[in-house]
Structure formats: C-alpha cells, structure tokens
Design a protein around this ligand. Structure first.
Ligand code: 2AM
Length: 484
C-alpha cells in the first residue's frame, strides 16, 4: 500500500466526519478509521461518496496509508477512549509521528498525555475545536497546544480548514505548550456559558419587566446585532425568538426552563478556584444552570414566595437601550475575568500564551465569535502585557459609557425581583476591582482575633505580619499563615 494520505482521523461521529470532509475539500487526503469498522464503510458509501477519503479497517492498515511524519487525529469520546487509542497508536506508530486529540479533553489529561507520548519519542497535540457540527464542516475555530515541534507539520492542514476572518486570516494559531490548547478551549466554553447567561438575563427582563413578546424581543436582538454586540449568539437568539411552533405560537415559550450542561463550564470554575482568580460571572452562569435545573424546588417555593409586579416603569425603548448597555458592560467584565484566568494558568504551567492570537482564534468559527473579540485582539496587540482588559483605553471608555444604564438595570431588576446573577456579579466585580480599599482589613482582624492568623499593616512594609492579643486573654503565638 502506497503511503499517500496526509492525515488519519479516528472516530466517525459527526464532528469527526465533518472534519474529514472539510479536510478533503481543502485538497488533503484523509484516512478514516473507527473502532466499530462498519461505520467506516457507512461513511465511505454515504457522506464521503465521491470524495478522495480513504477508509481503513485496522490501525496497521491506517498507518500504512500515511505519509511520514504520520499525523493521526483522534475525534473520540473524551476520557478513557483517548488513553486507549494512544496506547494502541504507540504500538503501530514510530518516533517523530504525531498524535492529535481534537476532542473536549480536560487540560490536565492533555498535560499528562503530552509528557507520555513525548517520552516515547512521538509528538502530541491537544487541540480545542469549536463551532459544533457546522463549524467542523465549514470552518471551526481551532486551538492547538502540546509539542511545539509538531505544529509546523499540522499547521497547513489546520489553518486551511479553520474559519477565516478579515482578509483570509485563519482562526487557528499555535496556543502554547502542554495542555494550553485544551485550557484555552475550556476557557472559551466557560465564557460561552457567561455570554449565554447574559443574553438570558436580558431576555428575562424584557419578557417580565417590559412585557415584550418574543417577536418584539427578536426585533430588539436584531437591532443589537448591528452594533457592538454583533455576534453569533445574539444572532441565533434573534432567530430563536422569532421561531414559531407548528400551531403558530412562539416555540421558545413551550421549552422547559431547565438547563443542561456537559461540564466544561464547571471545569473552568474549578480551575479558577485553584488559582484564586475570580471568574465570578462564569461561576454565576454555571450556578444559574443549576438553579434552573431545580424545577420542582422552584415550583414549590414559588407558591410560598409569590412574586409581586415585576413590571419596569418608564419608556420601553429607553429600557431596551439600558439593558443592551448592561449586557455589554457585563460582557466586558466576563472577558476581563477570563483573560485573568488564562494569564494565571499560563504562569502556573509555564505556557507562553499569545493573548491577541487567542482573541483572533475566537473571532470566527466558534460559538462566542463576535465583533467584540476584534476589539480585544486590538487591545492585546497594542499591549501584550495587559493584565486587566478594562485598563485598555478603548475598554475603559466603553465601560464608562455603560455604567449608568448598568446600575439602573441591575438595581431595578433587584427591586422587581427578577434574578440577574450575571449582570449583578459583573457589577460587583467592577466595583470591587476599582476599589482602592476594600473591607478586608476588618476580615483580617477577624481572622487574627479568632485564629491568630496575623495581618499586615498599612503603615508597615508588605510582608511584615502582626498579631494582636485582642481580648487580653489570648496568647502571643500567631498561627502559620497561607495565602490564596
Ligand atoms: P464507536 O463508533 O465504535 O462507538 C464518539 O462516540 C466516537 O468515539 C465514536 O467514533 C466512538 O466509536 C468513539 N469511542 C467512544 N468510546 C470509545 C472507546 N472506549 N474506544 C474507542 N472508541 C470509542
């Protein structure tokens, strides 16, 4: 068998199939393989009929078809299946060959797998692929990380099949070493949770506070999609709100208000806790899905705590404008927090992340794609060391122009009993991060009072710790301290 294939893709679920067809469209010769080999024949006889896609019914057959260095991309279920396939591949591949995991793997697994595969003399890439089925077929956002030496061999394929923005700029670039690609993909998903929650809170206020119909709300989102909020999620929200069920009634009103989740938002929040980075908006977005899932408990409590009139007084068009600004400001906070998290992870794991490049990768192809990410890219291009996005002159101006509306929307929603956890936590974070002094002096005093945890003083250099005998009966011995 002549080795003539550029890459093999293992796993023929819809993402794997669509990536193969996308690669084929761009002139690459792909070998398709799947654990259940009947799916290979199904695929070749149906979706891949008339293409140059080759099929393999065993791993040795697949390997024999590949040009060197061999590139094998796994599109199998995250978890044990990836480890199992890596072991099988290590038995049939050679040093210098490249294993790529394109699934939604946990970054810590990827860190481990990079080390393991490199120890055998092969190269490993763990890559985020975002954009769902349609993205995989027409151009996803691709976020690869792992063995840097593998990147030049994978780059032409990945950049060819990825989404493009502007003048044919690919939404795919090297993210960094180890688990960086999957970490950035995980953060993307966390931010996606946040963006969706923000849109849902805007919808909630429009529906209950302003009494707007789905068609009226659809029109508002259509309008928003022409400005600074222009994005895929605003666009699909516009379309969802306009969708009618078979009986002509709005479909959205018939959908059970209980959200599911697959875990990437949760992973992002868990990781943020490890680093002590307050990604409060994503955390609220994850918890809001949890609250939504407690449908029976909510129905029960709703009988006891009946809501009063949630209607907002005043001009509706003005309110819609205020809500848009509240959403925009909250979104700036969410991305500020997300970037703080990636910076902390990069420091911890020694990744050299390209923050502007990440914004560019998210600019097209993926679920959070938006015009806004172009502004983030510009901010990091101007100042790659930017540690707080809000301090960039553009974002500083933008957030300042939103604060009046933002406070008005949050405070009125609170008065009216409409939950706005993401809007309000964003505002609380903004007020916290711009506070030179917070009440943590009192907190430190409390800790020292009951636990002799010591405190630092404003009138002494940092790093000097003091303990006070608050009651006159405590000892002079301080407890050992730790910092979050
Ligand atoms: P299958 O068709 O043989 O089930 C998505 O589920 C993809 O992951 C499918 O291609 C599926 O293969 C593959 N997959 C799931 N679990 C697997 C495992 N334990 N080993 C190998 N492939 C697996």
């Amino acid at each position: 068998m002549e080795p003539r294939a550029d890459i093999a893709v293992v796993g023929l679920a819809v993402m794997g199939q669509n990536l193969i067809l996308n690669m084929n469209d761009h002139g690459f010769t792909v070998v398709a393989y799947n654990r259940t080999t009947s799916k290979v024949d199904d695929f070749l006889n149906n979706e891949a009929k008339g293409t140059n896609v080759l099929g393999a019914h065993s791993l040795p057959e697949m390997v024999a078809l590949l040009k060197k260095p061999r590139r094998v991309m796994l599109m199998v279920k995250a978890g044990a299946a990836v480890d199992e396939f890596i072991e099988s591949l290590l038995g049939v591949l050679e040093p210098g060959d490249i294993i790529i995991d394109g699934g939604n793997s946990l970054f810590e697994d990827t860190i481990r797998r990079v080390k393991h595969v490199e120890s055998k003399g092969l190269l490993y890439i763990g890559t985020g692929v975002s954009g769902g089925e349609e993205g995989a077929r027409r151009g996803p956002s691709i976020m690869p990380g792992g063995s840097p030496a593998a990147w030049p061999h994978v780059k032409p394929i990945f950049q060819a099949i990825s989404a493009k923005v502007g003048e044919n700029v690919p939404c795919c670039d090297w993210v960094g070493e180890g688990g960086a690609g999957h970490y950035v993909k995980m953060t993307h998903n966390g931010i996606e949770y946040g963006d969706m929650q923000l849109i849902c809170e805007a919808y909630h206020i429009m529906k209950d506070g302003l009494g707007m119909t789905p068609d009226e709300m659809s029109a508002a989102f259509a309008e928003w999609n022409k400005g600074e909020l222009e994005s895929y999620l605003i666009e699909i929200t516009r379309d969802i709100l306009a969708k009618k069920d078979d009986d002509g009634a709005p479909l959205v009103d018939k959908i059970l208000d209980t959200a599911g989740q697959k875990g990437t938002g949760k992973w992002t929040v868990i990781s943020s806790q490890e680093f002590g980075i307050p990604i409060t908006l994503i955390a609220e977005a994850v918890f809001s899905r949890c609250v939504s899932a407690m449908k029976d408990a909510r129905v029960e409590a709703a009988k006891v705590f009946k809501s009063s009139n949630p209607k907002f007084a005043g001009d509706r068009a003005q309110w819609v404008n205020d809500i848009r600004k509240a959403l925009y400001a909250s979104k700036m906070i969410s991305y500020t927090q997300g970037y703080m998290l990636m910076r902390a992870a990069a420091k911890q794991y020694g990744w050299n992340l390209n923050y502007g490049g990440i914004a560019l990768m998210w600019r097209g192809g993926c679920i959070i794609r938006s015009v806004f990410l172009g502004d983030i890219k510009k901010a990091f291009d101007k100042n790659p060391g930017l540690t707080n996005l809000l301090l960039d002159p553009f974002f500083k101006r933008e957030i300042k122009s939103c604060t009046r509306s933002w406070r008005k929307v949050v405070s009125t929603a609170i008065k009216k009993g409409i939950p706005v956890p993401a809007f309000s936590t964003a505002l609380a974070f903004f007020d916290g991060i711009r506070s030179e002094r917070l009440p943590a002096n009192l907190l430190q005093a409390q800790r020292d009072y009951f636990g002799a945890h010591t405190y630092e003083r404003l009138d002494k250099p940092r790093g000097e710790f003091f303990h006070t005998n608050w009651t006159g009966t405590g000892g002079r011995v301080a407890s050992s301290t730790y910092t979050v």
